[in-house]
Design a protein around this ligand. Structure first.
Ligand code: ADP
Ligand code: MG
Length: 241
């Protein structure tokens, strides 16, 4: 579903991604771990044209992605959804309006159909009863579940999650992870940047450790958490586990 070849990204003089290669197969859940500043967000953002790569190739669904015009960005974002640490819901729209917005404006879906889809997705994230509330009325966990429903409403082929639970109070983390686990079980292709090592162990097919812009180790959750080889990875895990 995603192939990244020799990806380089600079911010001025700073080389943030130093030749990253990643493959993500259809239906695979890949967790990306690493210290703050190692380039995790930048890696995801390059996959969604929120950042522009400086070198390398990215293929999504077999197609080389390139940003030549506005339409390329729209086409890519239909395929690659993203969920952020901060939920970024539209504050002046109700929950259901937030979920319907993308299908109507980007996918040109008829309103009734978009409404039906939105209700289905709100049921999936357990928030049917909140459909007419405004985001400010919801807890952080509920807002993030709406954000997930909104991303799914675009019917993406891959969903990228950038620390989706980091901004939440501890007691709200579980409900968001539960929704993500469900999604993984249904076969969604997912790339997840997370500090939730329990989730990474339980749900991911593969874990990638990014250190200073380089994939330093990669393997099954068991390889990474039980038998880490790289010293940096061992150090990182000893600090967070
Ligand atoms: P992570 O998500 O792993 O914490 P990031 O990808 O956010 O890391 O950042 C990697 C490095 O790139 C950091 O040193 C950060 O300060 C820098 N960086 C990220 N975004 C920008 C930007 N827009 N402009 C300049 N530097 C940036
Ligand atoms: Mg980040």
């Amino acid at each position: 579903m995603i192939q990244i070849r020799n990806l380089h990204k600079y911010f001025g003089e700073l080389e943030v991604l130093k030749g990253v290669d990643v493959n993500i197969e259809e239906g695979e859940v890949v967790c990306i771990i690493g210290a703050s500043g190692s380039g995790k967000s930048t890696l995801l953002r390059c996959l969604n044209f929120l950042e522009t790569k400086d070198k390398g190739e990215i293929y999504v669904d077999g197609k080389l992605i390139e940003k030549k015009c506005r339409q390329d960005v729209i086409d890519l974002r239909k395929k690659v959804g993203m969920v952020f640490q901060r939920f970024n819901l539209f504050p002046h729209m109700t929950v259901i309006q937030n979920v319907m917005e993308g299908p109507i404006t980007v996918r040109k879906m008829p309103k009734e159909e978009a409404q039906e889809l939105a209700m289905e997705l709100l049921a999936k994230v357990g928030l049917e009863d909140k459909k007419d509330q405004y985001p400010a009325m919801l807890s952080g966990g509920q807002q993030q579940r709406v954000a997930i429903a909104r991303t799914l409403a675009m019917q993406p082929k891959v969903v990228l999650f950038d620390e989706p639970t980091s901004a939440l109070d501890p007691e709200l983390v579980g409900e968001v992870l539960t929704v993500m686990k469900e999604l993984a079980k249904e076969g969604m292709t997912m790339a997840v940047v997370t500090h939730e090592m329990g989730f990474a162990k339980e749900v991911s097919d593969r874990v990638i450790f990014l250190h200073e812009g380089v994939i330093t180790e990669e393997g099954t959750p068991e390889d990474i958490f039980e038998h880490p080889k790289n010293e940096r990875l061992q150090g990182f895990l000893s600090k967070i586990l």
